[in-house]
Design a protein around this ligand. Structure first.
Ligand SMILES: [Zn+2]
Length: 154
């Protein structure tokens, strides 16, 4: 039988959707009854999960979902920490969009970019060669003049 790697799923208290545990923020109520944000996901106690999303966080706050999950008050400090780590879904989608655009640009324009670079380098080589020749020409000219001079002298 092929091994199927199971990704642990947890429900977000904001949107109530099942999501990959690692993508969610864990809030934990310790056995002593202290509610705190658990970044490592290893703190002992009862955990509740919320998306790393401002909208989900606001919804969870409004419905007092964390308070209900823990059956205790959630300190403002915890909400403050959650606010700091949460991103708006607009911000997240903008980041994803920019990333996609960047890769698409290279997929579509990659050949053209390489062509442009090759053309640019060729232009530089040609330019250098012509400048080099121009620098040599006066020498050749003066040698010829000298030759002419010699010629008239003879
Ligand atoms: Zn959510």
């Amino acid at each position: 039988m092929p091994k199927v790697k199971k990704v642990p799923q947890r429900q977000c208290v904001g949107c109530r959707e099942m999501k990959d545990k690692k993508s969610l923020l864990r809030v934990v109520k310790s056995p002593e009854g202290q509610v705190s944000l658990d970044f490592g996901g290893k703190k002992p106690g009862r955990g509740a999960y919320v998306c790393r999303d401002v909208a989900c966080l606001q919804r969870a706050r409004k419905t007092r979902a964390l308070e209900r999950a823990f059956e205790t008050a959630v300190p403002a400090e915890v909400y403050g920490q959650l606010d700091l780590v949460a991103v708006t879904s607009v911000e997240r989608s903008e980041l994803l969009y920019k990333k996609q655009q960047f890769f698409q640009f290279f997929q579509n324009e990659g050949v053209r970019i390489i062509l442009a670079v090759v053309l640019f380098l060729t232009a530089i080589v040609i330019l250098k060669l012509t400048v080099f020749r121009r620098k040599r020409r006066p020498k050749a000219g003066s040698a010829a003049r000298r030759g002419n001079y010699k010629g008239t002298r003879m």
